[in-house]
Design a protein around this ligand. Structure first.
Ligand code: HEM
Length: 385
C-alpha cells in the first residue's frame, strides 16, 4: 500500500484481495477442458472462456431447495398449519426455531420447516450473483437474471409473512403463490442457461456441426416451437394461480362461491393447458424426436400432464363441499386426510410441470437461434418443378 493511499482505499484493500482470491479459486474450480468452446460455432456464442459450473450447481441446488420449500408450503396449506404459529418473522416469539418442539409437533414441523427452507433459499439466491461475478460469467442476460434473484425472492418471503399475520387471507395467499412461481422459474432459468446441455448445443446444432441441408430441416421443424412453448409455460403459470383460488377460499372470505367459481375456472382453463401442452409435446415427439435435448422434457411434460389431470379429478372429488373457517391458533395439523394428501401432490406436480415446460421453452429458443430462422420465402424465378 502506497503512502498516499486514502483511508477508504486502506479499508477496501483486504476486501478486494479476498474477492480476487475467490475469483481465482472459482475459475480454477470451474474450468475444465470439456467446458471450453471447441469449434468456431461455439465461440460465436458470447459465453466467456468457460462454462460457469459453480453457478450452475448453485442455481440447480437453489431451484431444488425452492421446489422442496414449495412442496412443504403446499403441505402447510393443505393441513392449515399456518395457524400453528401466528407470529412472524419470529418463531413463536423466538429468534430461532426450537427443533425439539418441531420434532414433537407435525404442524410446527412443516410450518417452521417451510420457513427455514425458504430462509436458506434466500441466502442461496443472494450468493448466486456473487458466484456468477467471481466465475467471470460474461453473458449480460445471465448476470442480470442472477442479480434479479435476491429481489425476486423478497416478494414471496414478505407475502408469506403477511399471510401468517393477516390470518391466511386468500388474496395474500394467492399472490404469494403467484410470485413464488416467478422466483422458482427465474432460478431454474439461471440453472438452464449455465448447464452443460446449453453449452454443448453450440457444438451440436451450430453451423460447423450440421450440414446445410440438416440445419435447414432442423430450422424448418423447430420454427414456431419457441413461441408455442413460451405460451404453454405462461398458460401453466396462470393455471397454478387459478388453482390457488379454490384452495385458499375460507368460510369467512370467499366462502362456497369462491370455492365453486375457482374450481370451475381452474377446470375450464385446464382444457386450454392440456390442449397447448399436448400440441407442444406432440410436435416435438413427431417432428423433432431425434433432438434428445427437446425430446426428454417433451416426454416428461406429456407424462406429467396425464398424471396431473388424474390427480386433479381425484382432488376435486375428495374436496369438502364448503371451505372451513380459519381457526385463530391451533396446536397441530388442523386438517389431515386423503384430500389433503392429494391436494399437496397435485400442487407439487403442477410446479414440476411449469419447470419442465420452462426448460423445454429455453432449449427451443437456444436451438432455434443456433440453427438459424427458417425462411419460407419462395425461390425467385428458376424452374418451379
Ligand atoms: C392440467 C394442469 C393442471 C395444473 C398445472 C394444476 C395445478 C394446480 C395447482 C398448482 C394447484 C394448487 C395451487 C395452490 O396450492 O395454491 C391446484 C389446485 C387444484 N386443482 Fe389443479 N391443476 C391442473 C389440472 C386440474 C384438473 C384437470 C382438475 C380437476 C378436474 C384440478 C383440480 C384442482 C382442485 C380441485 C384444486 C384445489 C385443491 C384444494 O382444494 O386444495 N386441477 N391445481
Amino acid at each position: 500500500m502506497t503512502a498516499g493511499a486514502t483511508a477508504r482505499e486502506r479499508w477496501l484493500a483486504p476486501g478486494r484481495s479476498v474477492f480476487r482470491a475467490l475469483r481465482f479459486l472459482m475459475t480454477r474450480v470451474t474450468l475444465r477442458d470439456s467446458d471450453r468452446p471447441r469449434s468456431s460455432a461455439a465461440t460465436a456464442v458470447p459465453i466467456g472462456s468457460a462454462r460457469p459450473r459453480a453457478v450452475h450447481r448453485l442455481a440447480f441446488a437453489t431451484a431444488a431447495a425452492t421446489f422442496a420449500g414449495i412442496v412443504t408450503g403446499g403441505v402447510v396449506t393443505s393441513t392449515e398449519s399456518g395457524r400453528v404459529d401466528t407470529n412472524w418473522p419470529s418463531f413463536d416469539g423466538n429468534v430461532l426455531p426450537s427443533f425439539s418442539a418441531m420434532a414433537q409437533n407435525d404442524g410446527l414441523l412443516v410450518e417452521h420447516g417451510h420457513r427455514l427452507l425458504m430462509a436458506s433459499v434466500g441466502l442461496l439466491a443472494l450468493a448466486i450473483p456473487i458466484v456468477a461475478r467471481c466465475c467471470g460469467e460474461s453473458r449480460r442476460r445471465v448476470r442480470v437474471l442472477a442479480i434479479c434473484l435476491p429481489f425476486l425472492v423478497l416478494p414471496p418471503a414478505i407475502l408469506g409473512g403477511l399471510t401468517v399475520l393477516g390470518g391466511l387471507h386468500p388474496a395474500l395467499s394467492i399472490l404469494h403463490v403467484a410470485v413464488a412461481m416467478v422466483f422458482v422459474s427465474a432460478v431454474t432459468a439461471v440453472s438452464v442457461l449455465t448447464s452443460r446441455v446449453w453449452f454443448e448445443a453450440a457444438e451440436r446444432y451450430g453451423a460447423d456441426s450440421l450440414e446445410a441441408s440438416a440445419r435447414e430441416r432442423l430450422a424448418k421443424n423447430i420454427s414456431g416451437l419457441p413461441a408455442i412453448a413460451a405460451t404453454a409455460t405462461a398458460f401453466i403459470w396462470v393455471q397454478i394461480v387459478l388453482g390457488a383460488v379454490p384452495r385458499h377460499a375460507t368460510a369467512d372470505v370467499g366462502g362456497s362461491t369462491m370455492l365453486m367459481v375457482g374450481n370451475v375456472v381452474h377446470i375450464v382453463w385446464a382444457f386450454a393447458v392440456v390442449t397447448i401442452a399436448l400440441f407442444l409435446a406432440g410436435r416435438v415427439l413427431g417432428r423433432l424426436s431425434k433432438v434428445a435435448d427437446l425430446l426428454r422434457p417433451a416426454a416428461g411434460l406429456f407424462v406429467l400432464l396425464l398424471v396431473q389431470v388424474f390427480l386433479g379429478f381425484a382432488t376435486f372429488i375428495s374436496q369438502p363441499k364448503a371451505p372451513a373457517p380459519v381457526v385463530d391458533e391451533h396446536p397441530g395439523f388442523v386438517a389431515s386426510g386423503s384430500h389433503e394428501a392429494l391436494a399437496s401432490v397435485h400442487q407439487a406436480a403442477g410446479v414440476l410441470i411449469l419447470l419442465v415446460s420452462l426448460v423445454l421453452t429455453l432449449r427451443a429458443f437456444r436451438i432455434r437461434d443456433l440453427c438459424g430462422r427458417f425462411d419460407p420465402a419462395p425461390a425467385t424465378g428458376g424452374d418451379p418443378a
